[in-house]
Structures are given as C-alpha cells and as structure tokens.
Design a protein around this ligand. Structure first.
Ligand SMILES: C[S@@+](CC[C@H](N)C(=O)[O-])C[C@H]1O[C@@H](n2cnc3c(N)ncnc32)[C@H](O)[C@@H]1O
Length: 288
C-alpha cells in the first residue's frame, strides 16, 4: 500500500539518486561542476546571475525554498560565505542533501530540513535572502509561497526566483500572475527579466538526453519530459525575478492605491535580453 506520508517527489529522487550518467548529462549540458547535484535546469550563467543578484555577504543567512538536493544553494552559500537553510517537501531529497554534505565533508553552517515552502515553520525575518530555483510552479498558490517568502525575510532582504513562464506573460507583464502575486504579497522593487540564453542551455540538455543511447529509469523519465518540453519551448521563456522585502503589505497597498509615496517602485521592470554586469562567479573559474 502506498505510504500517504510520502511526497510525490520522493520516488523521483530515489530513481535518480545514483544515476551518474543522468548527473553527468545535466552538469555537462548546463555547464555546472560535475559534482553538483541539481534537479532544476539553471545553467552556470544563470547560477552566476542568481549569486550576483542575491548580493549575499559574509555571515548572512540564505533560505532556499525547494532546495532539492541542495546543489545550487550550497554553491551560492559557499561563494557568499553565508549560512544556508534549505527546505524541501521531499524527505528523500533532504536525506540525499544531508548525505552529500557528509560525503563532501562539509561542516559549515548548513541545514537541510523537510518543510512545505508555503508554510516553512521558520521564524519571521530569519533570512537575509531567499532563493527559489525552478520550483515556484509546484506551489498550490504562488501568493501563499511569496507571502511565506516575505514573512521569513528581514526588512530590506531579497528574493530571487527562477523558472519558466509563458512567453506572452513576459512580453506583457500586465498579464503575468507572478508580478501581481509578488506585489500583492508585499514585495517591492520587483524586476522580471527574460533569459533566452538559459532556455538555450535547457534545450541543449533535453537534446543531449534524447540523443543518449543508454537507458536508465531516470533517463527514460527525462526523455519523456524532454520530448514534451521541446514541443512547448516556442511558447515558454525562462526568467529571473528579484524583489526586496518592503516594510509592510499595508504600505504597499496604500502606495498602489495612490495614497502614499514610496521610495521604491513596486512595479515590475522587464529587461528584454538585458545584459547583466559581469558576475563575480564563474564556472569553470577563469584561467590565470
Ligand atoms: C525541479 S526541483 C528543483 C529543486 C532545486 N531547487 C534544484 O534546482 O535543484 C523542484 C523541487 O520542488 C520541491 N517541492 C515541490 N513542492 C514543494 C512544496 N510544497 N514545498 C517544498 N518543496 C516542494 C520538490 O520536492 C523538488 O525538490
């Protein structure tokens, strides 16, 4: 009988746990270090931009909402010399994230725990920055996710979100539910930018998976997912969104209704193919 406590992602993580071929294809196609265990589709350039946008400094605390096996956020915390709390709904993913830490002999201030990212149970204002990589689409309510992210972020702290959305939502942000939901949850300084080069990296990955002659259960699942996503690709775009925690939702509400001047714009600005300043993070490291 199925265990009702098992998360629907548990089997997924079990299936791919030791599939080195899967991990190699992902890391190579996305340009990531071979040892990095990820289930999102963020390329090395994407990771560099996330690190740069989070602006973490030494000793600050990062919360990763839906951390999976923790590959991305461990790297973000390492570069920023910061603390990390990773939460994920899958107990199997969290078990693997903890095992990876032990295997890599990492003893820094890193904690992985099972929790729902819409109700983490973390104390209010605990995070200097919150990241959510390629996972917002699993929220039962993005409003609840963004409100919880705001609750656990200290005033002035940042949120960085990556994922994919319909191209039309990025072409006309007035139709984007992400922008509205972020503003409604009390985030300010919202910026949403399309990232076609990240989508190109994702496409490379799916093509590499489909061309791989070896068959493993994890790869077979990826092949079906890849075929479907390649068909959808003309209609989707990858994006990065960032926002700053505003003082209180009430202030933003009054600002939006024209009753208050607010120093920061809470409207989204969309930078089409905007070039980002050279990020400090690079993989592989530049040769000296
Ligand atoms: C595509 S994976 C991305 C994981 C990780 N961010 C990465 O990029 O490696 C999506 C993750 O969302 C997690 N997830 C789904 N629903 C969740 C929820 N309600 N609360 C917390 N995590 C959730 C899944 O367990 C899975 O680890």
């Amino acid at each position: 009988m199925a265990d009702p406590c098992r998360n629907r992602f548990d089997g997924w993580y079990e299936e791919m746990a030791d599939d080195e071929l899967r991990h190699r294809l992902v890391a190579e196609s996305l340009g990531l270090p071979a040892s990095m265990r990820v289930t999102g589709l963020l390329s090395a350039a994407g990771l560099a931009e996330v690190i740069d946008t989070l602006q973490l400094s030494r000793g600050q605390r990062l919360v990763d909402l839906a951390c999976g096996r923790g590959g991305y956020s461990r790297e973000i915390a390492r570069v920023g010399d910061s603390e990390l709390i990773g939460i994920d709904a899958s107990a199997v993913a969290i078990g693997q994230a903890r095992a990876d830490l032990r295997q890599d002999d990492v003893t820094g201030p890193i904690r992985f725990q099972v929790a729902d990212f819409e109700a983490t149970g973390l104390p209010e204002g605990i995070a200097d920055a919150v990241v959510c990589i390629d996972s917002y689409q699993f929220a039962s309510s993005v409003g609840a996710l963004f409100s919880e992210a705001r609750r656990i972020t200290r005033p002035g702290g940042r949120l960085v979100l990556t994922g994919a959305m319909r191209r039309t939502w990025l072409e006309d942000t007035a139709t984007s539910p992400i922008e509205e939901a972020l503003i409604d949850a009390g985030w300010t300084g919202v910026r949403i930018s399309a990232r076609p080069d990240w989508l190109a990296a994702e496409e490379r990955l799916w093509r590499a998976v489909l061309a791989e002659p070896t068959s493993t259960p994890a790869l077979e699942a990826m092949k079906s997912e890849g075929a479907e996503l390649l068909r959808a690709m003309p209609h989707i775009q990858r994006f990065i969104a960032s926002a700053v925690r505003a003082p209180s939702p009430g202030v933003i509400h009054r600002y939006r209704s024209g009753r208050l001047e607010h120093p920061h714009s809470s409207r989204a600005s969309v930078a089409w193919n905007g070039r980002h300043p050279t990020p400090p993070y690079q993989w592989p490291p530049p040769s000296t």
